[in-house]
Design a protein around this ligand. Structure first.
Ligand code: ATP
Length: 363
């Protein structure tokens, strides 16, 4: 008779639906009551129809759909104790003491805080007469498990986050499409791709599209990058190459921390090479479309493992995220990963790029 709820929070990514489906179906298979919480923490705070019981059929035909069918949001209310108090009451009223949060490091931090506060929130709800002592007793421990949905692959502790592989497919499809037209007209294409603090998407896209130059957040180029870029593009053209691809991460910067934009790169190419250079900003296309086969199976495995982890949790268990380690879905302490991810973000902000790369580790 355990109640388990799943919700998606922060930015969406392809594969979240597959994760929701796996959590719900594994929960039902194990005899739990499964719930959706719509619109992330906002739905938890607002309650009502936002918290709905799910059945086997309610997650049919969603595995292939991008985005998240249960909605995602950013929620200022949940950052305040008053909001979390409302959320706690809404969960207790439905007997939900197990949560799967699918989101980024912010969403997981919020969930961890909620778990730490849970007993004091319940004390307050009893004191003000919102719930009974019996309800408090029955719902005394909140268990949480995190799944990381992010197209940037910017979370420490997992080899791949849910959505990254699909985003790479989108980027590569776009570069392939552009390459044929660029080849016909001897053009240089400058592609802006996502990656604010993490260069995984641009670096992998650069390798697999045979790009000539890649600008990444973690490896800022020296101040004379325009000359180096020009030299490289000239060499490629004189070796007979008819098209050039330059990839610029949205978070690319120089060593002083000034942004390097696709416009900056175009200006250099226009002024010094007089190539026919065009910019393509992929933007939200990278988040869109159907999840890849890899993301679907990754999310299925992670979702099922998340539910199993919740069912096995005891009151002394440490909250975990489900991570991919090699080819295994493993449980890793949630706050360890969140803290490391936040340390990477800080190192990037402070322009300690080598530290950031070292801290991030394998992924
Ligand atoms: P993305 O990687 O897409 O940015 P994220 O999960 O990191 O995803 P955030 O906007 O940081 O996105 O967080 C999503 C929501 O989680 C916030 O709107 C807020 O409701 C909740 N949240 C984040 N941090 C905290 C916190 N420290 N305390 C309480 N709630 C938080």
């Amino acid at each position: 008779d355990k109640g388990l709820a799943v919700f998606t929070s922060g930015g969406d990514s392809q594969g979240m639906n597959a994760a929701v489906r796996a959590c719900v179906r594994m929960a039902i298979y194990l005899g739990c009551k499964a719930y959706f919480i719509r619109e992330g923490y906002q739905g938890m705070v607002d309650g009502g129809d936002n918290i709905q019981e799910a059945n086997w059929a309610s997650v049919s035909s969603i595995i292939h759909r991008g985005g998240t069918i249960i909605g995602s949001a950013r929620c200022a209310d949940f950052r305040e104790r008053a909001g979390r108090l409302k959320a706690a009451n809404n969960l207790v009223q439905k007997g939900i003491t197990n949560l799967v949060v699918i989101g980024g490091d912010g969403s997981l931090t919020g969930a961890n805080l909620f778990r730490q506060e849970w007993s004091s929130l319940l004390d307050e709800l009893v004191k003000n007469g919102t719930i009974t002592a019996a309800q408090q007793e029955k719902n005394s421990v909140l268990h949480i498990v995190g799944l990381v949905g992010s197209i940037d692959n910017d979370f420490c502790g997992t080899d791949m986050t849910i959505g990254t592989d699909s985003a790479l497919h989108r980027i590569i499809e776009a570069i392939d499409a552009i390459s044929s037209t660029a080849y016909s007209h001897q053009r240089t294409f400058i592609m802006e791709v996502m990656g604010r603090h993490c260069g995984y998407l641009p670096v992998v896209a650069g390798i697999i599209s045979e790009a000539d130059y890649v600008f990444l957040p973690e490896y800022p180029p020296p101040h004379d990058w325009p000359a180096k870029l020009v030299l490289k593009l000239e060499q490629e053209r004189s070796a007979g190459q008819r098209l050039n691809i330059v990839i610029v991460a949205e978070g690319a910067m120089d060593r002083e921390g000034n942004p390097i934009t696709a416009e900056d790169v175009k200006k250099v190419i226009d002024e010094r090479l007089k190539h026919d250079a065009r910019i393509t900003v992929l933007g939200h296309v990278q988040r869109g479309g159907n999840p890849s086969a890899f993301d679907r199976i990754l999310a299925c495995r992670m979702g099922a493992e998340a539910t199993l982890a919740l069912m096995e949790a005891t009151k002394d268990s440490v909250p975990v995220v489900i991570s991919l380690d090699g080819n295994q879905a493993v449980r890793v302490p949630l706050m360890e990963c969140v803290e490391r991810t936040q340390a990477v973000a800080l190192a990037m902000k402070e322009r300690r790029w080598a530290d950031a790369v070292k801290l991030r580790g394998r992924s």
